[in-house]
Design a protein around this ligand. Structure first.
Ligand code: SAM
Length: 214
């Protein structure tokens, strides 16, 4: 399972292959996933393509439905998730929800709950690390997986924000049982320029993959 190469975010680092490796050649037909901060489908499209029913949550209407943004000094038209699903024939496997996932209320649980680089968005600061983890964890069904690309701190300012955790800060949230912590480590510094932070900078990525075993 590979990330969608036409995503606007395709070039950003991800540890998604850890989840893909864990699943191996498991048939995903009949499973469910929830992608928090789904954007335009980098993870949604491979999961839906593998047979999963995907609930896609993002607060940004342009990432979901397309539109124009200013990027690298130009006006750029983004296709958006709905259009990417349409052109890949996967629209009927997905449900799109435009909302802040920290305020989204649902009783549903999912076999796979994913997010990538979303925790440290300004809108999530008021909720802190325990808040975002609580939201993600309660969405995970028994036997299901939680996957996150997160950011370790690089700057002094980031060191003061718990949404830039060290791997050891995450460990207490995943006691075994009910969790099996499969991966939780720093990946290292990766240089990037992307929408929202266009000047060349380094992110210190972390990878989290856990399974709810009970
Ligand atoms: C860095 S982008 C990455 C996009 C996507 N994960 C990917 O790699 O293709 C993070 C996305 O998370 C979304 N996001 C961040 N916090 C959110 C929140 N509280 N509720 C909904 N979406 C959120 C942003 O709108 C953005 O589309």
């Amino acid at each position: 399972m590979r990330t969608y190469p036409e995503s606007f975010w395709a070039d950003l680092y991800t540890s998604f292959p850890l989840l893909a490796d864990e699943l191996g050649d498991r048939d995903l037909a009949g499973t469910t996933a929830c992608v928090l901060g789904c954007s335009d489908g980098k993870f949604v499209i491979p999961l839906a393509g593998a047979g999963c029913q995907v609930t896609c949550v993002d607060v940004d209407p342009i990432m979901l439905d397309g539109g124009e943004i200013r990027y690298r000094g130009e006006t750029v038209t983004l296709r958006g998730l709905r259009s990417n699903l349409d052109r890949t024939g996967l629209l009927d496997r997905c449900e799109l929800i435009e909302t802040d996932f920290m305020r989204w209320r649902t009783d549903r649980t999912f076999d796979f709950v994913l997010t990538s680089g979303s925790w440290a968005y300004n809108r999530n600061l008021e909720h802190g690390l325990s808040g975002v983890l609580a939201v993600m964890q309660r969405l995970v069904a028994s036997g299901g997986y939680l996957f996150a690309d997160y950011l370790l701190p690089v700057t002094e300012m980031e060191r003061g924000i718990d949404l830039y955790p060290q791997p050891e800060d995450l460990q207490p949230f995943f006691p075994e049982p009910p969790w099996r912590l499969i991966h939780n480590e720093g990946v290292g510094l990766i240089g990037e320029s992307h929408y929202g932070q266009e000047e060349w900078h380094h992110h210190n990525y972390g990878a989290l993959l856990a399974q709810r075993v009970a």
